[in-house]
Design a protein around this ligand. Structure first.
Ligand SMILES: [Mg+2]
Length: 233
């Protein structure tokens, strides 16, 4: 039985409330369909290669070594090089991808019902690692401005989760003691470790809790009904 008892609840956005991975996968499928040259290359190979390269680039971006324009260019350019596809197609690929990605966001299963119920009882906010332009589009599209009191986007703060600066900034905005803040997120590094280090309570949304000691976060859940129950909504 977990005792969360928060006064303020922050949510991560991508892959906690909204299904970023699914939109990303479909966006890459569109890129795959768009170029004739991809015909002999399996879609899964494109997805795996892109993930691997994108992850490394986000780490570079997180360390302040590259800016978002370079990240946007290199994630396709380097994927194409690795797959033996003409890398100069990166610009067109980026456009095809973003065009699909930004039009296919959906809620994670059960997240909307849980979020609405929680937001009607608690003060809530969003903290997201991402580019302001894209994340604001999601926030507008899903009406988070009407239901949350604080929205924190890494690009606007200047550092990404798990950097303590973004959690300190969010703590100030929430205006309650650290141990009265609950963070709901899916990433071990950005959300669980970052939130716990900030002195917050953490509810880890994970389909496979064996990846981390289940005792580390204050709550582990793979079904939003569990979170609702723990918060009494
Ligand atoms: Mg996430």
């Amino acid at each position: 039985m977990s005792v969360l008892n928060p006064e303020f609840i922050y949510f991560d956005l991508d892959d906690t409330l909204l299904d970023h991975k699914k939109a990303e996968k479909h966006g890459l499928a569109d890129v795959h369909d768009h170029f004739e040259i991809f015909k002999p290359i399996p879609l899964e190979e494109l997805i795996d290669t892109y993930h691997h390269i994108n992850k490394g680039l986000w780490e570079e971006y997180g360390r302040g070594e590259i800016n978002r324009h370079i990240l946007h260019r290199r994630r396709f350019e380097e994927t194409f090089v690795e797959l033996g596809v003409e890398p100069s197609l990166y610009e067109e690929a980026g456009k095809v991808y973003m065009n699909y990605y930004r039009n296919h966001w959906e809620w994670i299963d059960g997240a909307k019902e849980a979020y609405d119920a929680i937001a009607s009882k608690y003060r809530t906010g969003i903290i997201t690692n991402g580019f302001a332009e894209t994340q604001w589009m999601k926030i507008d599209q899903f009406g988070f401005k009407d239901t949350t009191s604080q929205i924190v986007i890494s690009e606007e703060v200047g550092v990404m989760k798990p950097h303590s600066k973004i959690f300190d900034h969010a703590t100030e905005l929430a205006g309650v003691p650290r141990d009265k803040i609950l963070y709901v997120g899916d990433s071990v590094t950005s959300d669980v470790k970052g939130g716990l280090k900030a002195g917050w309570k953490v509810a880890w949304y994970k389909s496979n809790p064996t990846e981390l000691e289940a005792t580390l976060p204050d709550l582990c859940f793979d079904d939003f009904e569990v979170l609702k129950k723990a918060l009494g909504v």
